[in-house]
Design a protein around this ligand. Sequence first.
Ligand SMILES: CC(C)(COP(=O)(O)OP(=O)(O)OC[C@H]1O[C@@H](n2cnc3c(N)ncnc32)[C@H](O)[C@@H]1OP(=O)(O)O)[C@@H](O)C(=O)NCCC(=O)NCCS
Length: 198
Amino acid sequence: MSSETRTYPRRVQTEAGEIEFRLMSQADEAAVLDFAQKLPVHDLLFLPRNISEPKVLSAWIKEIERGAITSILAMKGGRVVGCGTLVRDPWSWSPHVGEIRNVVSSDVRGQGVGRALSQETFALALSAGLEKLVVQMTVDQSGAIAIFEGLGFKAEALLRDHVKDKDGKTHDIVVLGHNVAQVRAQLEAYGVPGAVQH
Ligand SMILES: CC(C)(COP(=O)(O)OP(=O)(O)OC[C@H]1O[C@@H](n2cnc3c(N)ncnc32)[C@H](O)[C@@H]1OP(=O)(O)O)[C@@H](O)C(=O)NCCC(=O)NCCS
């Protein structure tokens, strides 16, 4: 299976062992729901909708089938341990912008799965020809902020009291952005345009 110019499945070695990345499809609905329902609710606040609700998950699958969303699953021994998503809206005024949304299962955190998944979704976004990428998270997600700053993202906005958890407590959201058109131009200047496509 392929998405844009990147092909799947692909495997990476992490401290959590071998992780396989593959494209998510309708057949994964139950496994992804199970993955989402085991995540701490706080870790889902960066998402526009609560993916641990079956209805939200069904709508997400429809968006995948429509081609508006590409999601990659990180699999370990046949189990979903992470999910990376690239969201685009070609009919909006921001057809050149993509949003990355990543989440990793609590029991494999701190072992490089999040970093590998973020690199994978970043490479997918570059191969899709997007010019700008954004990512957002609650301000306490220091792991996520470290990963994306390492990829060249910079803070662009702080949205105060922007999300409310189930107890009614508000949390701030930080938005990081990356002008990837510049990165692509630099790679081409170095003579490695294919580096992000395979
Ligand atoms: C962000 C997330 C995907 C990272 O997953 P992970 O598998 O733990 O990531 P990694 O093991 O690759 O760690 C990445 C970096 O974060 C750091 N880190 C991990 N957990 C951390 C923590 N609790 N506090 C501070 N830093 C942390 C690691 O030290 C590592 O940096 P290093 O390689 O320089 O040491 C995971 O924490 C998550 O799912 N969070 C909830 C969802 C979310 O907010 N996503 C962000 C929106 S894109």
